[in-house]
Every structure is written in C-alpha cells, then in structure tokens.
Ligand binder design. Structure first.
Ligand code: ADP
Ligand code: MG
Length: 285
C-alpha cells in the first residue's frame, strides 16, 4: 500500500480567463498507517490536494499512485468505484450530504450501492454508526433531528461503512465546539490505532496536530513547502512565527520559560510530561 504524488500540478478552468494553478509540482509520500496533518493558509490548495486521492480531481500534470491505482492527467482511473471504496473522503461540512429519511438508511446506502443485500447493508451500517459514536436508539431518526456534530458523525459512518483503508478528512472539526472537536479527533485516533486506517486530516488546529497527528505537510500557494515529523515541526518555532501559525499552548509556555532561562527538552510535548519535568527541576533546587 502506498500514497505517492509525483510532480502533480492542478489547474482549475484551464485556457479560460479563470485559469488558476492550485497545485504546483507536488511530490509527496504519505506514510501508511499514520495520521498526517495537511496544514496551510486558506486557499493554499489543501482541499484540491486531498480531492486527488480518490480521483475526484485529476492532475493537470504529473500523477499519483494510491495503493494499486494510478491517477493521472485527463484519464479517469480504472475501477474508480473500488478506489473510492478504499479511499474514504469526508468533505468539509459533510453533514449537508445526508439525504435519506433515517440514519441507518443513509449509512446503508453505500454498501447497497456495492450490491450488498439490504439486511446485511443495515448490519454494516449499524456497526459503522456505533463506531462513529451514534447511539443505536437514534438509528431510525431523521438526520434533521440531530445536532451538527452528530450529523457529521453519521456522514463519517457512511464512509466507514465502505471499510476504507485510507480516510481523508477535510477540516472535520470546523464549526464544532471544543469538546465535540476533541471527541471527533479521538474517533480518528481510535480508527488509526485499532483498525490500522491511514488518516489524512486537513486542519487549522495546531493543538490537534500536536495531540493526534504523527506527521505534518505544509502547503503554501499550491506547493508543499514542508513535510516532517510532528516533533520536528514543533521544534521549528521560528517557522511557525513566520507563517503566522498559532502554536499550541504548551509550545508557547515552553518558549516563555526559555526566555526566563528555564529550558525544557524538545520531547516534552504533553502537559503530563511537562508537569513531571517541572517537579524534577524543583527537586534539583
Ligand atoms: N473550482 C475552482 N475553480 C477555480 N479556482 C478554484 C476552484 N476551487 C478552488 N479554487 C482556487 O484554488 C485555490 C486553492 O483552493 P483550495 O484547494 O480550496 O484551498 P484550501 O483548501 O487550502 O483553502 C484557491 O485560490 C481557490 O480559490
Ligand atoms: Mg479547503
């Protein structure tokens, strides 16, 4: 299994006055089995990038390989239906795409579309809904009766019902309250840990990157300007300042301490570890 971009350009509306190069010369290997954050300013090409992964957008130049599929210029990948089963893409505000009368029917739609018989499709849907954190007593409710966060979970269940090996989430916590956003990130972390799903998350939330992701890809004006391990990424605080990235609170705290002459190891990235370090330092006085 692999995810590999090779010199990919994407141009919207080519040969018109609206022509716009949204991706330029993107070469990238995404690690299988890990959680990768895709970050960058609004308009930097994050959505464009991830929509290539299931062939929703095709490169204008270059190609990408996703598992056994090759996605290249002007040619729909062979067996695109299978590709879309393997790569689950959850759009930003995915909840707007719910359309069936009940949750269970909505989530069963995908498997049924793949020829699974109704009863079995509903069993798969029930499992996916539970995994996504929906209470079985709500299965026969209309999506309209749910909160925004719950609706988004149903949309994610619809993707999980297809048993993807790669899950791509475009700003999945946008608009959720902090608790709901955290619970959503816990769900992706669990899917990665327990089901071995490779997760790509487009996000602006640096706390989420620090707490849940393994690697970070940074886009700027359609180009990948950095792809690095999370620890390395947060070591580079000059970069964060330059790129107007609001660092996670623990990083800011460490920096303030450093200014006062108190240094912490760069590996200290959780509050628990920080507290341990502070206690150790006090002991030394
Ligand atoms: N359908 C489209 N037609 C023309 N330009 C587009 C289209 N979609 C996006 N763009 C432009 O491409 C750039 C990258 O967009 P996008 O990938 O949505 O960025 P991001 O997700 O990082 O905010 C933006 O400047 C955007 O205006
Ligand atoms: Mg976007």
């Amino acid at each position: 299994m692999s995810i590999h971009f090779e010199k990919v350009d994407h141009i919207y509306s080519p040969d018109t006055v609206f022509e716009f190069k949204a991706l330029e010369d993107v070469s990238l290997d995404i690690s299988i089995g890990r959680i990768t954050a895709i970050i960058g300013a609004t308009g930097s090409g994050k959505t464009t990038l991830v929509q290539h992964l299931n062939g929703l957008l095709l490169p204008s130049k270059g190609f990408l390989k996703v598992n056994d599929f090759t996605i290249k210029e002007n040619e729909k990948p062979k067996n695109i239906k299978e590709l879309r089963k393997q790569v689950g893409l959850v759009f930003q505000f995915a909840e707007y795409q719910l359309f069936e009368e009940t949750l269970i029917k909505d989530v069963a739609f995908g498997p049924k579309n793949f020829g699974v018989e109704e009863k079995e499709a509903e069993m798969i849907a029930a499992n996916a809904l539970v995994t996504a954190g929906i209470d079985p007593k709500d299965f026969n409710k209309s999506p309209l009766e749910l909160s925004g966060g719950q609706k988004r979970r149903v949309a994610i269940a619809g993707i999980l019902a297809m048993a993807p090996s790669i899950l791509v989430l475009d700003e999945p916590t946008a608009g959720l309250d902090p608790q709901g956003a955290k619970a959503m990130m816990e769900l992706f972390s669990m899917l990665n840990r327990e089901k071995g799903i490779t997760v790509l998350i487009v996000t602006h939330n640096m706390e989420h990157v620090l707490d849940y992701c393994d690697e970070v890809v940074v886009l700027e004006s359609g180009k990948v300007i950095m792809h690095t391990d999370k620890k390395q990424f947060f070591k580079n605080d000059q970069y964060m300042e330059k790129a107007s990235i609001d660092p996670p609170i623990i990083i800011s705290f460490k920096k303030m301490c450093q200014k006062q002459g108190v240094d912490f190891d760069t590996d200290v990235l959780t509050i628990d570890k920080l507290v341990d370090e502070i206690i150790k330092k006090r002991g030394k006085r």
